[in-house]
Design a protein around this ligand. Structure first.
Ligand code: BGC
Length: 357
């Protein structure tokens, strides 16, 4: 079968390769891959900055934003049948920390977790992939067109769930949120918060009038462009908010975001910034502000199984509420052979996907 592989650590090594169709044991499921999303992490792996091949193998099959149809089921597998649409969980436990032992692989404390398409396990950028049924989430047929958005949505679900868990320290009724970045994470986060009744502002670089700003406006959020106004002016006009999500991919903005939060508020950092940028920050001011305002900033990565389950419900609600928005987020679709084009980001792109079948 065809697969997109990389040699981790090697710059621009992504390649279309012929590899064997995975053979399954009695506890595994073979899935025909129908949609695979490309995200910043895949691009970083392609650039040689991130990623690890499975033990004793030279290459890694990319792809952690999966969606496919069950093609074959091992004889010990129950609850999954041929023809069913599924999405794969990304992270697997380490050999036994207190969190992985209780199904919280997304909170692994050793860092020795495994991630499909990223770290030590082949991903789904291939005609077929296999997995154990416990790592598969069933998707209703009506969602098949947008199911590839479930993985990034699970990250967003986890972010908001954790903010609510952290805020059990007080009585928290968030009304106003600010999101930095209008990529897939920023847009999906905006949808989730709008759906929860918050007043949402999204800060992004591009001038209004593009696909992203139209989507933001369609869901009833406010799109604020740093090409029109300075970030300072934008933050002043929005005023203090209850919840900030940083999803711009720029670590400078993570610190800027920290000044936008009101007393008792929460800042959530989601950007995976692979570089080594250094900046000067007003350390005393930030420290004092966080102490006197009881403010919290936290980082989040990956998602728990329950966030995927919650994500399926959110996809259903989003499709009912804003039927065109999720399909509109998938801006370009390519067969595996055109992977090079798919990896080149265009200015109006939100989510580019590969369609192996
Ligand atoms: C994925 C996460 C993963 C993280 C770090 C992100 O792109 O969405 O599932 O944990 O990369 O590898």
């Amino acid at each position: 079968m065809k697969a997109i592989t990389v040699i981790p650590g090697e710059k621009y090594s992504a390649d279309l390769r012929d590899v064997p169709i995975p053979s399954i044991n009695e506890n595994e499921v073979l899935i025909r891959s129908t949609q695979v999303g490309i995200c910043g992490t895949d691009r970083e792996i392609h650039e040689g900055l991130y990623g690890t091949a499975p033990k004793n193998e030279q290459y890694l099959i990319l792809g952690h934003e999966s969606s496919g149809v069950v093609a074959k089921v091992g004889k010990n597998v129950s609850g999954i049948s041929i023809g069913q649409r599924v999405v794969r969980l990304v992270r697997r436990p380490c050999s036994g920390c207190e969190n992985c032992n209780t199904g919280m692989n997304d909170m692994c404390s050793t860092g020795n977790f495994i991630e499909s398409g990223i770290k030590e396990l082949h991903g789904s950028m291939a005609e077929y992939f296999k997995d154990q049924s416990e790592y598969l989430i069933s998707i209703p047929h009506e969602l098949c067109e947008v199911s590839v958005l479930l993985e990034p949505l699970s990250v967003v679900e986890k972010a908001y769930r954790q903010a609510k868990e952290i805020q059990q320290r007080l009585s928290w009724k968030p009304k106003k949120a600010l999101i930095m970045g209008a990529g897939p994470i920023g847009i999906l986060q905006a949808m989730l918060l709008r759906d929860s009744g918050l007043d949402v502002s999204v800060v992004a670089r591009s001038l209004p009038g593009n696909r992203k700003s139209k989507i933001i406006e369609k869901i009833g959020a406010q799109y604020l462009s740093t090409s029109l106004y300075s970030l300072d002016a934008i933050l002043k006009s929005v005023g203090k908010v209850d919840f900030v999500v940083e999803a711009s991919g720029d670590s400078q903005l993570a610190f800027d975001a920290m000044s936008a939060i009101g007393n008792n508020g929460v800042v959530c950092l989601t950007s995976i910034t692979g570089g080594e940028k250094e900046i000067t920050i007003p350390a005393d001011k930030i420290n004092l502000d966080y102490v006197l305002g009881n403010k919290v900033a936290f980082g989040t990565v990956n998602a728990n199984q329950r966030d995927y389950v919650q994500g399926v419900r959110s996809l259903e609600r989003f499709m009912n509420q804003w039927p065109e928005v999720l399909p509109d987020m998938i801006t370009r679709r390519f067969p595996l052979v055109q992977f090079e084009q798919a990896f080149q980001l265009m200015s109006d792109d939100i989510k580019v996907i590969l369609k192996p079948f």
